[in-house]
Ligand binder design. Structure first.
Ligand SMILES: O=P(O)(O)OC[C@H]1O[C@H](OP(=O)(O)OP(=O)(O)O)[C@H](O)[C@@H]1O
Ligand code: HPA
Ligand SMILES: [Mg+2]
Length: 179
């Protein structure tokens, strides 16, 4: 799999250090609020499991699966809910955990859904941000790393469902998806 990676952007150690830092900040900011922490599947599953271990306040977790990329490196523009939450967000302080914000379509859709369901507050934490590709005006409240305009994989992020298990984040060689 390493042969398909053009360049490693952040290694496992750098990612762990950043996750710890984000956890410390969130611990401070969510003290006494019992947030509902929502993992946006599938991409955010590794970040979610590492992050919640670093947030030292009582919290609850739930999962939502949404998809818009499918087998492509470009968003289809249509965000589909594959699995909805198990619990109500009404009156809750919600923390959305995302792996990456790229076009911003996934999150703008999710924020809209959660606000319509009367969440008390919606806060976003993303590990990776690719601002160059934004098509909607959206900023995370907390972010880890800013990435260049390239298709990346690893640490939960896939191309056609592969590479999620890489412990680092790297740029996928274009010849892998241009074949
Ligand atoms: O800002 P955007 O352009 O919307 O891109 C970001 C979203 O795209 C990816 O999900 P994907 O649809 O690939 O589903 P997956 O998490 O199951 O891979 C990623 O995990 C984010 O959720
Ligand atoms: O660069 C990316 N890689 C993997 N999945 C993604 N979803 C949005 N952008 C990306
Ligand atoms: Mg994907």
């Amino acid at each position: 799999m390493r042969n398909d990676i053009q360049e490693v952007l952040y290694n496992a150690e750098q990612i762990q250090a950043k996750v710890k830092e984000l956890g410390e900040t969130l611990t401070r900011d969510f003290e006494g609020r019992n947030p509902l922490v929502i993992c946006v599947l599938k991409g955010a599953f590794i970040f979610m499991s590492d992050l919640v271990k670093e947030i030292d306040v009582p919290l609850e977790i739930d999962f939502m699966a949404v998809s818009s990329y499918g087998q492509s490196t470009k968003s289809s523009g249509v965000v589909k809910i594959i699995k909805d939450l198990d619990v109500s967000v009404e009156g809750r302080d919600v923390l959305i955990v995302e792996d990456i914000i790229d076009s911003g379509l996934t999150l703008s859709y999710l924020i809209d859904v959660l606000e319509r369901r009367n969440a008390k507050s919606v806060t976003i934490v993303t590990l990776f941000d690719k601002p160059a590709r934004r098509t909607v005006d959206l900023e995370a409240d907390y972010k880890g790393f800013t990435l260049p305009d390239a298709f990346v994989v690893g640490y939960g992020l896939d191309y056609a469902e592969k590479y999620r298990n890489l412990p680092y984040i790297g740029v996928l060689k274009p010849e892998v998806y241009e074949k």
